[in-house]
Design a protein around this ligand. Structure first.
Ligand SMILES: NC(=O)c1ccc[n+]([C@@H]2O[C@H](COP(=O)([O-])OP(=O)(O)OC[C@H]3O[C@@H](n4cnc5c(N)ncnc54)[C@H](OP(=O)(O)O)[C@@H]3O)[C@@H](O)[C@H]2O)c1
Length: 369
């Protein structure tokens, strides 16, 4: 495998929710860009879906192939150029980010398969909510806490966690640890082999590693002395902050080698993850109110299509990414999505300390100097 793959994009947790919708959007964007440039066929695109459930991944791949077959034709407004999907190859690889053996196998598979990876989306994630504190919500609706509560859900969502077989905490391992191991494995292949992440030899374009963060990310709940959040009950919020923070150091370390890291918050999106907070019927009942609240809280994207807006936009080679910033998908009152940018909260020193502790956590110290 190599240059015939064209642009290669790897997405973890792509069989449903935001990851799946992102894959759809990337295919649709590639088709419509080529159609507007009057090309006969879009340039080759390879999407690799890394999922823990291969049966669900196969179903997602089938649906993406059908989309690719139709997308270019519809984008070229009936010029009937091609209805074949061969321009877009969908590969599947098994990956359970909460199992380091699975992560190592997936890393090796990707190293064997691709000479180059243009975009790596670290998207798989879990949020475990033991209950919603309705009393907190009502009590703080008219208080100084209201803004933080409405924009992050902090205080209202009582988060839960579990122990993995190896004793590591499950939420951190799934959302942060497994992805860190995967990325470092790709950046430092065994026996000094070249990394698929780096500057493109022909175009000079850097590889981009886009990490799905959250509006729930909380510096207040994160402690360098306890990144896994063993001693506080906000493992999701702390882990998502760890992602933002880590990108600062990873950028200063790997940007010179042509790898850019970028945390992106998809905002509130009604997916399986949101269904773990309250049932779907409740989201649909509250939908009009949440749309109205967009006047104040633009992170209420609600649909996955709006939630993936920034995730897809940072894939555009022309989009210049700032190494110290976090990107956001946001939706205006009239329902139009747009991308926001804010500096990452935290210092380079904190970021480097977290990076160093993660090298030990993921047993990478010998491999990465
Ligand atoms: N929805 C929101 O409002 C929201 C807001 C902010 C950030 N996010 C972030 O967006 C990302 C995607 O979430 P979503 O809303 O699309 O949730 P989702 O519908 O539950 O999808 C999560 C995806 O991650 C996969 N996954 C979970 N644990 C995994 C593991 N151990 N190994 C490999 N894959 C795993 C799931 O696979 P299975 O199908 O096998 O479970 C699924 O494909 C997450 O990182 C989440 O934290 C979501």
């Amino acid at each position: 495998m190599g240059s015939s793959d064209g642009r290669v994009i790897v997405i973890t947790g792509a069989n449903r929710g935001i990851g799946f919708c992102l894959a759809r959007k990337l295919i649709a964007d590639a088709a419509s860009e080529s159609a507007s440039s009057a090309l006969e066929k879009p340039p080759q695109l390879t999407l690799c879906l890394c999922c823990r459930n291969l049966q669900a991944a196969r179903a997602a791949a089938e649906s993406l192939r059908s989309l690719a077959a139709a997308a270019f034709n519809s984008a070229s407004s009936g010029r009937n150029l091609t209805s074949d999907s061969s321009w877009c190859r969908i590969d599947l690889c098994k990956l359970d980010t909460s199992d380091f053996d699975s992560v190592r196998d997936c890393t090796q598979w990707l190293l064997n398969r691709y000479k180059r990876i243009d975009m790596l989306y670290l998207n798989a994630g879990i949020l475990l909510v033991s209950r919603v504190d309705w009393f907190y919500l009502i009590r703080n609706f008219i208080s100084r806490e209201a803004w933080s509560m409405l924009t992050t859900g902090l205080g209202v969502l009582v988060q839960a966690d579990f122990d993995c077989q190896d004793g590591r905490r499950g939420v951190f391992k799934t959302n942060v640890g497994g992805h860190f191991l995967l990325t470092m494995g790709l950046l430092h292949p065994p026996d000094g082999a070249p990394s698929p992440l780096g500057r493109h030899s022909a175009t000079g374009q850097a590889s981009r590693v886009v990490w799905t963060s959250s509006c729930n990310a909380s510096r207040r709940h994160f402690k360098l002395s306890d990144p896994e959040c063993r001693h506080s009950m906000a493992p999701y919020a702390a882990g998502k902050h760890a992602i933002d923070l880590l990108c600062l150091h990873l950028n200063s370390r790997y940007q010179p080698a042509g790898v850019q890291f970028c945390p992106v918050d998809p905002g509130l999106v009604v997916t399986n993850l949101a269904e773990g907070i309250v049932p779907l019927w409740f989201w649909y009942l509250a939908w009009p109110l949440l749309c109205l609240l967009r006047l104040l809280v633009t992170s209420y994207n609600l649909t996955a299509e709006n939630g993936v807006h920034a995730l897809a936009q940072v894939a555009h080679p022309g989009e210049r990414l700032r190494p110290d910033c976090k990107y956001f998908s946001r939706t205006g009152l009239l329902g139009r999505p747009y991308m926001g940018v804010e500096p990452i909260s935290g210092s380079q020193d904190e970021s480097e300390m977290l990076y160093q502790s993660l090298l030990d956590y993921a047993e990478l110290r010998d491999r990465v100097s």
